[in-house]
Design a protein around this ligand. Structure first.
Ligand code: ZN
Length: 109
């Protein structure tokens, strides 16, 4: 079991996760090997864009689904990432298979 560190992710990166796989009647499949795609939780730390290049934020962590190929990507236990939002955004919406809307404390300006 390994932990996958994705670094900073964006809406575009999250959108592209699903596009990398082939959708069939019984779910998503790997374009390389045809294996059925699994998913683990990706723990996303919310950081404030204005603090860049530093990764700093209110300490909020949002779980989202991370799809992966059990054969090509190996045995992943969970993933970690961070997501940078501007200070004026008072909530976080991350795309993906389940849309999550979580208020961030002190997020509005
Ligand atoms: Zn594969």
């Amino acid at each position: 079991m390994t932990v996958k560190h994705l670094g900073q992710i964006t809406d575009e990166i999250i959108d592209n996760w699903a596009k990398e796989y082939e959708q069939r009647a019984d779910g998503f499949h790997c374009r390389n090997c045809g294996s059925q795609i699994g998913q683990v939780t990706c723990h996303v730390s919310i950081h404030i864009k204005e603090f860049e290049p530093t990764c700093a934020g209110p300490g909020k962590v949002v779980p989202i689904n991370f799809p992966f190929c059990p054969k090509c990507d190996g045995d992943i236990e969970y993933a970690t990432a961070c997501y940078h939002i501007p200070l004026w955004r008072s909530y976080v919406v991350l795309p993906g298979s389940n849309f999550i809307c979580i208020p961030v404390k002190g997020g509005q300006k």
